[in-house]
Design a binder for this molecule. Structure first.
Ligand code: GLC
Length: 520
């Protein structure tokens, strides 16, 4: 039986605001993405995930949605979306839309109606509640962006709940009108040609109904009082029925439409990645560069999934985390590790998500405070830098202002010298990160469906991970000194340049990886 298109696919996350700017206003847009689809095709990915492009006040850069049926004017129009999908499909690229069901913008018609009168029926679509007798917020929940999860209702006595910014009021999923509306939203985008959805904060939609305080416990190690993080506010069992409904809806389209949940913890994956619920969730490898830790994380993610043919969706980066090159030590060492990590993950059974700019080896940018825009920076009063550093616009052209992203000043400043990493600076250089990504993705495609999903770890020296999958053998040296492995086969096309194989001995320089094809 042939596999569905998404099994083993490589997805590429486009951060719409920062990918390509077609009208030189300093902000990326949908026509810009359409104009660069050829680049993504050549890179060798199978599908794109577009971050939210709906009309939005941009308090959390699109994750505060004012209208789920439209396009933010700065990003284009619905016709531009249609054009993007049509061109992507001509190139045989799939397109996933980001759906944000946990909260709306405070500028959404529903929230505005809810605030308009104490009797508004729209109030029940959000969580409004009264103060505690002492005048404090209804419970002690905190926002992921810092501070309490409750804000005072403008012009009223009560409070409303927001697990993120105050401009992102949480929806009340216990009200059946909310799930009904989201089925309508999904259908709208599926009918326009979307190939599926990335689901924002996918495990949080229903909050525990009693809105009870998180208990204060004493930390078992330090003895200090703290809020009990094991106390379940989200992950309510009712959510599974919602995803069953979404899966039924997706199953009504041909070929497969996919549902990818923003859920990271392996023990949660098991509850959601099921034949009648979500297709995928993210296996984000964020451990420090240590062979044993990476192996444990790979095994935990594989071990969590049940059912034949279900494999993790590997990822190193997204628009919320520090860029991997920087995380892995930065500079030349960080780049070498990121190259090796790519081979290690691309060899594994499962899907892969890449984040724009990973293929250029971009680093986290240390922006001046005056340029920062992330609500996390403001909510923490500057104590946390926030996520802008991984969202700096893509460098396209060497020698051009703002590395060719735009002639106007981009919404986040592009660092001086960033143009040396531009696409056109790397494309013709066989040793660049971009060429490495292209080769690795091409090699993976060539092996394709022929590879078995059976992974076996091979014995290897400490600090080296090695595994086989049928004819493919993958080895990755995490150490800062060279490693040698006995090997039988021929070097795969994707190996790091300084790797060598002589007389059955594979020599791996520090922080490098290789793919070997075993002789049949
Ligand atoms: C998700 C998004 C993040 C956003 C948050 C609130 O975690 O990835 O960017 O801030 O949800 O919508």
């Amino acid at each position: 039986m042939s596999q569905p298109w998404w099994r083993s696919a490589v997805f590429y996350q486009v951060y719409v605001r920062s990918f390509a700017d077609s009208n030189d206003d300093g902000v990326g847009d949908l026509p810009g993405i359409t104009s660069r689809l050829g680049y993504l095709k050549e890179l060798g990915v199978d599908a794109l995930w577009l971050t939210p492009f709906y009309p939005s006040p941009q308090k959390d850069h699109g994750y505060d949605v004012a209208d789920y049926f439209g396009v933010e004017p700065a990003y284009g129009t619905l016709a531009d979306f249609d054009g993007l999908v049509a061109r992507a499909h001509e190139l045989r690229l799939k397109v996933l839309v980001d759906v944000v069901p946990n909260h709306t913008s405070d500028q959404h018609e529903w929230f505005k109606a809810a605030l308009s009168s104490p009797d508004s029926p729209f109030r029940d679509r959000y969580h409004f509640a009264d103060s505690k007798p002492d005048g404090s917020p209804p419970n002690n929940w905190t926002s992921s962006f810092g501070g309490p999860a409750w804000s005072r209702e403008p012009g009223g006595d009560g409070w409303y709940l927001h697990l993120f910014a105050p401009e992102q009021p949480d929806l009340n999923w216990w009200n059946p009108e909310v799930p009904t509306e989201f089925e309508r939203i999904l259908k709208f985008w599926l009918d326009r040609g979307a190939d599926g959805f990335r689901i924002d904060v996918a495990s949080a939609l229903f909050k525990r109904q009693d809105l009870a305080d998180r208990p204060v416990i004493h930390d078992p190690v330090y003895g200090a009082p703290r809020l009990d993080s094991a106390f379940a506010i989200v992950d309510q069992p009712q959510l599974h029925d919602v995803y069953r409904g979404w899966r039924r809806l997706a199953n009504g389209y041909e070929p497969d439409r996919v549902l990818v949940g923003e859920i990271f913890e392996p023990r949660r994956h098991a509850k959601y990645i099921l034949p009648d619920q979500l297709h995928m969730a993210f296996a984000l490898i964020h451990q420090p560069w240590d062979a044993a830790l990476w192996r444990r994380s790979i095994e935990a993610n594989r071990g969590a999934l049940q059912g034949p043919g279900t494999e993790p969706t590997w990822t190193l980066a997204n628009h919320d985390v520090v860029r991997p090159v920087t995380r892995l030590a930065g500079g030349a060492v960080g780049r070498a590790r990121a190259r090796a990590a790519l081979l290690l993950l691309l060899g594994l059974p499962g899907q892969v998500f890449l984040y724009q700019g990973e293929e250029l080896g971009l680093e986290e940018v240390n922006l001046p405070d005056s340029a920062r825009q992330d609500p996390i920076f403001f909510r923490s009063e500057g104590r946390q830098a926030g996520r802008d550093g991984c969202r700096v616009p893509m460098p396209w052209h060497r020698g051009r202002p703002h590395a060719g992203f735009s002639t106007a000043d981009p919404w986040l400043p592009v660092p001086v010298g960033w143009d040396s990493l531009a696409v056109d600076a790397q494309a013709g250089n066989g040793e660049s990160m971009l060429s490495h990504f292209r080769r690795a993705l091409a090699a993976r495609k060539r092996l394709g469906a022929g590879l078995s999903d059976r992974l076996e770890w091979s014995r290897s020296a400490e600090g080296v991970l090695a595994y086989t999958r049928g004819r493919l053998a993958v080895a990755c040296n995490f150490r800062s000194r060279p490693a040698k492995l006995e090997a039988n086969g021929v070097l795969g096309l994707a190996s790091d340049p300084l790797v060598s194989l002589r007389s059955g001995v594979l020599s791996l320089p520090p922080n490098s990886a290789a793919w070997l094809m075993r002789r049949r």
